[in-house]
Design a protein around this ligand. Structure first.
Ligand code: ADP
Ligand code: MG
Ligand code: MG
Length: 918
C-alpha cells in the first residue's frame, strides 16, 4: 500500500554523503547548503563533522503555527542524530562517551544580527564525566562547559526569550566580567591560563548567576538544550536586530532561516589542536595567495573575537602583530598541506574566492564552513581578472564580479588602514568624496589658496561651500563641511574631481572668527593644525596619518578589466569636462567624448579674472552697443577655451552648452571691482548700482537663464557660436579633427530652438565664408531638462539633432525639490522610506525615468537616428547608467573620475539586458 511521502524537513550530511547541495540555499540556508556541498559533492568530499540541517520550511511553519513544529520533525531529527552517533561512535547524552553538538543559524544570506552559534550542546554534570574520561583532560572539559553555559544563557535564555537585560547589561557581559575577574585575581593574561579547578568554580558561579538574573536554571537535559537551541534560532529570525538588518538590506521577511546541528570537534583539546579562519586569496589586495589566521588550543569564535592575537597560517599571512608567532605551516606541516589542498579544491569547485573555517582536533583536520568571501574593490578587480586569465571564469562572470562603485577605491589614495586602527575618530559625517587625505585646517577659500601657494597641504573646513569657494576647494587636499547633504555643492564638486570630502559633519562646531573648530568629544582644532579624513567612511581624525597612494595606470588588473568591459558594453561613456586638463583626464579614464562642456566654467577659479571682468561688463550693459563691445572682449577667451578642449578630444564629440546660469550670479559685490567697472563703462557708481539691482531675481533658478538669455540677447548666442565655429574651422584647417555639438539649455518649446537655430545658421554661413570652407562639422541640439521639453520631445526633435537629458534640473523641476535645499527634508523621506533613494543621486526610474523614456521614444519617432544622451550627476551612477542602457540611449556622460564606473556599469547592463545588434 502506497503511503503519502512525508515532507522532508531534515537534511543530513556526513560520511562522504549529503542529502542536500549548494544549489539548495533557499531551503537549507547558505551555511547548510555549503556544508552539504563540502561533505557530499564527489569533487570535494571534505572532512566535515556530520550533522543535519533543519529547513527554512520549518521556520515558516513555526511562525504560521504559533511557534510549534511539524509533528514529524522530532522523528526526523532523531533519525539524523542516530546517523551522527553511528558515524562518530558517540552518543548524545551518554555519560561514558557523549556526542556534543553545535547549533548554528543559517539564512540564505549571511545575516549578522541573527542568533549566534551555541557550541558544546549536550554537556551537563553527568556527560562531562564522559568527556573527561574520553579526552583525559578535565581542564578542557570544563572550558567547554563554561562556554556552553555562557552561550546558552545569552542566546537561548535571554535573547530568544525576549528578556531585556537590566540596565542594558546582558548576561553574557555579566558572565564575561566574572571570567575577567578570576583572570585578574590570578594575574592571568589568557583564558588558557585558567586551571581545571578554577574553571570548575567558574561553572558553578555561572550557574548561580544565571539562576539569579534570568530566574531559571540552566537546563541540564541534553534534549532540552538541543530543542532550546533550535527554537532560539527560529525565534531570533524575528528578533529586533534581525528585523532591522533585513529592513536595511532589503531581505524579505518570508525567507526564514535554517538551523544547522553538527557534531562538535574541538580545537581546544591542547597544543595539538587549533581553530582558524582563512581565505583562498588575500581579500585585502586580491593576490592569489592562501591567507589566514589560527589560534592554538582555542574554540569557535576566539579567532574573530580577538581574545588573543591569532597566528598566521603561513609566512605570507604574517603581519606586524603576528610575526613573532609560529605559522601553522611550520607548526603542523602535514596538516597545513592538507588544508592547503582543500582550499585549492574549494576555489576550483566554487570558481570564486572562499572564506573558510577549520578546526584541528588532536591532529585531525575538519572543515566547518565555506562561503564566498567578502573583498574590497582593489581585491575584487584583481581576483576577477586573474581568475579570468586562469580560465577559472569567463569574461562575463569576471565583469559581473566587481560592483561598479568598488572601482572608486582603486582611484583614490586612502588612509593607511593599519594606522586607522590605532586612532580615535573625533567626528563623523557623510562620506561625500571617497579616499583619504591629510592637511592643515583652514576656514576660508582665500586662506586655502594662500596657504597652498606656500606649498602647504590644507583641508578646507566650512559650514558649506558655494561656487565662489571653488578655487580654494581645488587647492585643498580635502573638504569638510558641517552642513549640506550628499548632493550639496561641496559633495558635487568633490565627486567630480575625485577629491576626498566629508559633508554634513554636525559633530563639528566652527568658530569662524576665532579660527578653530570643536569636535564632539571637545577636541579643539585650530587653524593650521593637522587633521586626516577617511572620505570613504566619513571619519575625521586628529593629526597626520599616512596615506597609501594609488596609480591607476600601474594597476594591470584594472586595465585588464576595462579591456573586457569595452568588449561587451553597448552604450557610450563620455565625461563632463571644461578644461583641457579635465578632458585629458577623461580620455585617460576611457571617455569617448565630452557630454557636457559648460562655457561658464571659464568664469570661475584660476585665470578667470580677465574673462570674468568682460562678462561683468556685458552683464551690466544697457544697450546692445555696450553689450556687443563687451562680448567682443569676451570672444577670444571663449574661442580659446573651446579650441583647447576640442583639440584634446581630437575628433571625439564635445557637447558645448551655451551660457546657462542666471547672470546676476556673476555680479561683483566688492566696492573696488564695482568702481573699476563703472570707470571702464564710463557710467557713475549710482547708475551701476541701479543696473545691478535691476538684475535681482526672486527665483533665479526659474528666472532669466538658459536659452532665455539667448532670446533676450541674441548677440550672446551669436558670440558663443562664432567662437565655436571659428575654433573648429581653425583646427580643421590645421589638419586636426574637431566635432562640436552645440547644446541649447533650459528649453521648453521648439520655437526657442528655431529662434536660436537662425542665429546659428547665420553665423555658420559667415564663418564658412571667412575661412573659405564648404562645411564645418557640428551638430545642433538641446538639453532636455524641463518636463515640458520632455513632453514635447517629438517637436523638439524636429529642430534638434541630439538630446541630452539634464537630469539634475529635470529632477528638480519635476519633483519641485530645490536641490540646494533638500537637506532640510530629504533625510526624513529616506528614513521613513517615503522615497527609496535620493533622486538627485540615482534616477527616479518610476517618475523621471518615464519622462526620459517617453522623451527618447517620441524624439526618435520624429527623427529615428536622434542621438540621445544624459549629462549630470546621474551619468556616473551605476543604476542610472543601466537604466540609460535599457531605454536605448547612445551615451551617458559623467565626471571624468566616474568614467570607469560608468563603463563597468554599462558592460554589466549589456550582459544583463543585451541589446539586439542592428
Ligand atoms: P558564524 O555564522 O558567526 O560564522 P558559525 O555557525 O560558523 O557562525 O559558528 C561560529 C563559530 O563556531 C565558528 O568559529 C565555527 O567554526 C565554530 N563552530 C561551529 N560549528 C562547530 C563545530 N561543529 N565544531 C567546532 N566548532 C564549530
Ligand atoms: Mg562561521
Ligand atoms: Mg541645467
Amino acid at each position: 500500500m502506497a503511503t503519502k511521502k512525508a515532507i522532508k524537513y531534515v537534511y543530513f550530511f556526513g560520511g562522504g554523503k549529503a542529502d542536500g547541495n549548494e544549489s539548495m540555499k533557499n531551503l537549507l540556508g547558505g551555511k547548510g547548503a555549503n556544508l552539504a556541498e563540502m561533505a557530499g559533492h564527489p569533487a570535494l568530499r571534505l572532512p566535515v563533522p556530520p550533522g543535519f540541517t533543519v529547513t527554512t520550511d520549518v521556520c515558516t511553519y513555526y511562525y504560521a503555527n504559533k511557534r510549534t513544529y511539524p509533528k514529524i520533525l522530532t522523528a526526523q531529527v532523531n533519525a539524523s542524530l542516530a546517523k551522527m552517533e553511528q558515524l562518530t561512535g558517540k552518543k548524545f547524552g551518554d555519560v561514558n562517551n557523549p556526542l556534543l553538538l553545535s547549533v548554528r543559524s543559517g539564512a540564505r544570506k549571511s545575516m549578522p544580527g541573527m542568533m549566534e552559534t551555541i557550541l558544546n550542546v549536550g554537556l551537563n554534570e553527568q556527560t562531562i564525566k564522559g568527556l573527561i574520561a574520553q579526552s583525559g583532560d578535565e581542564r578542557f572539559a570544563y572550558d567547554a562547559y563554561r562556554r556552553l553555559i555562557m552561550m546558552y544563557a545569552d542566546v537561548v535564555m535571554e535573547k530568544a526569550a525576549g528578556i531585556e537585560p537590566k540596565g542594558g547589561k546582558g548576561i553574557r557581559k555579566v558572565l564575561d566580567e566574572q571570567l575577567e575577574h578570576i583572570k585578574k585575581q590570578y594575574d592571568y593574561k589568557s583564558d588558557t591560563d585558567l586551571t581545571a579547578d578554577q574553571l570548575k568554580e567558574l561553572v558553578k558561579s555561572y550557574k548561580k548567576t544565571v539562576r539569579k538574573i534570568l530566574g531559571k536554571e540552566f537546563p541540564d537535559d541534553p534534549a532540552e538544550q538541543l530543542w532550546g537551541g533550535i527554537g532560539a534560532v527560529f525565534a531570533s529570525w524575528n528578533g529586533k536586530r534581525a528585523i532591522e538588518y533585513r529592513r536595511i538590506e532589503k531581505i524579505p521577511h518570508e525567507w526564514g532561516t535554517a538551523v544547522n546541528v553538527q557534531a562538535m570537534v574541538f580545537g581546544n583539546m591542547g597544543d595539538d589542536s587549533c581553530t582558524g579562519v582563512a581565505f583562498t586569496r588575500n581579500p585585502g589586495n586580491g593576490e592569489n595567495q592562501f591567507y589566514g589566521e589560527y589560534l592554538v588550543n582555542a574554540q569557535g569564535e576566539d579567532v574573530v573575537a580577538g581574545i588573543r592575537t591569532p597566528a598566521p597560517v603561513n609566512e605570507y599571512s604574517m603581519n606586524e602583530q603576528s610575526k613573532h608567532y609560529t605559522s601553522l605551516e611550520k607548526l603542523m606541516p602535514a596538516l597545513y598541506k592538507e588544508l592547503y589542498s582543500y582550499q585549492k579544491r574549494l576555489e576550483k569547485h566554487y570558481k570564486d574566492m572562499q572564506d573558510i573555517e577549520f578546526t584541528i582536533e588532536k591532529g585531525k583536520l575538519y572543515m566547518l564552513q565555506c562561503r564566498v568571501g567578502k573583498r574590497n574593490g582593489v581585491a575584487a578587480v584583481r581576483m576577477a581578472t586573474e581568475m579570468y586569465k586562469e580560465r577559472l571564469i569567463d569574461a562575463k562572470t569576471a565583469i559581473m564580479r566587481v560592483a561598479p562603485n568598488q572601482l572608486v577605491e582603486l582611484l583614490l589614495p586612502m588612509l593607511d588602514p593599519k594606522a586607522e586602527l590605532t586612532q580615535i575618530v573625533i567626528a563623523k559625517g557623510l562620506p561625500a568624496g571617497p579616499g583619504g587625505a591629510k592637511g592643515r585646517v583652514v576656514f576660508s577659500s582665500a586662506e586655502a589658496v594662500e596657504w597652498a601657494s606656500r606649498g602647504e597641504k590644507v583641508i578646507l573646513v566650512r559650514e558649506e561651500t558655494s561656487p565662489e569657494d571653488v578655487d580654494g576647494m581645488h587647492k585643498a587636499q580635502a573638504i569638510l563641511t558641517t552642513k549640506g547633504g550628499m548632493t550639496s555643492h561641496a559633495a558635487l564638486v568633490a565627486r567630480g574631481w575625485g577629491k576626498c570630502c566629508i559633508v554634513g559633519c554636525n559633530d563639528i562646531e566652527i568658530h569662524q572668527e576665532a579660527k578653530y573648530f570643536k569636535a564632539k568629544n571637545d577636541t579643539i582644532i585650530k587653524e593650521g593644525e593637522w587633521i586626516s579624513l577617511n572620505g570613504t567612511k566619513g571619519l575625521v581624525y586628529e593629526g597626520q596619518m599616512p596615506l597609501v597612494d594609488i596609480d591607476i595606470e600601474k594597476n594591470q588588473s584594472y586595465k585588464d578589466l576595462m579591456k573586457l568591459v569595452d568588449g561587451v558594453k553597448q552604450i557610450g561613456v563620455r565625461a563632463n569636462a571644461e578644461t583641457p586638463e579635465d578632458a585629458a583626464a577623461a580620455v585617460k579614464f576611457g571617455a569617448e567624448g565630452i557630454g557636457l562642456f559648460r562655457t561658464e566654467h571659464m568664469f570661475y577659479g584660476e585665470g578667470s579674472e580677465a574673462p570674468l571682468f568682460e562678462l561683468r561688463k556685458m552683464i551690466v550693459s544697457k544697450t546692445e552697443k555696450e553689450r556687443r563691445a563687451a562680448l567682443n572682449g569676451l570672444f577670444k577667451y571663449v574661442k580659446q577655451d573651446v579650441k583647447a578642449t576640442l583639440k584634446v578630444m581630437s575628433g571625439h564629440p564635445v557637447t558645448i552648452r551655451l551660457l546657462d546660469p542666471p547672470l546676476h550670479e556673476f555680479v561683483p559685490h566688492d566696492k573696488e571691482k564695482l568702481r573699476q567697472l563703472s570707470k571702464e563703462l564710463g557710467i557713475s557708481m549710482s547708475m551701476l548700482n541701479r543696473r545691478v539691482l535691476a538684475l535681482h531675481e526672486n527665483n533665479p533658478m526659474l528666472g532669466h537663464r538658459g536659452v532665455r538669455l539667448g532670446i533676450s540677447y541674441p548677440e550672446i548666442t551669436e558670440m558663443q557660436v562664432r567662437a565655436i565655429f571659428e575654433a573648429t574651422a581653425e583646427l580643421v584647417k590645421a589638419g586636426k579633427k574637431a566635432m562640436p555639438e552645440i547644446m541649447v539649455p533650459v528649453t521648453v518649446i521648439a520655437h526657442e530652438l528655431r529662434h536660436q537655430k537662425e542665429i546659428v545658421d547665420k553665423v555658420y554661413a559667415e564663418v564658412c565664408a571667412k575661412y573659405k570652407m564648404k562645411r564645418i562639422p557640428y551638430l545642433y541640439g538641446t538639453m532636455i531638462e524641463t518636463p515640458r521639453a520632455a513632453l514635447r520631445a517629438d517637436y523638439m526633435a524636429k529642430v534638434a539633432d541630439f538630446f541630452s537629458f539634464g537630469t539634475n534640473d529635470l529632477t528638480q523641476m519635476s519633483f519641485g525639490f530645490s536641490r540646494d535645499d533638500i537637506g532640510g527634508f530629504l533625510p526624513k523621506y529616506l528614513d521613513l522610506k517615503i522615497l527609496p533613494d535620493d533622486p538627485f543621486q540615482t534616477i527616479d526610474q518610476d517618475g523621471i525615468g518615464q519622462l526620459i523614456k517617453a522623451g527618447t521614444d517620441n524624439g526618435r519617432k520624429t527623427k529615428p537616428n536622434l542621438k540621445v544622451g544624459i549629462c549630470g550627476e546621474h551619468g556616473g551612477d551605476p543604476a542610472s547608467v543601466k537604466f540609460c542602457h535599457r531605454i536605448g540611449m547612445n551615451y551617458v556622460s559623467c565626471s571624468p573620475f566616474r568614467v570607469p564606473i560608468a563603463r563597468l556599469a554599462a558592460a554589466q547592463a549589456a550582459i544583463e539586458h543585451p541589446r539586439r545588434k542592428k
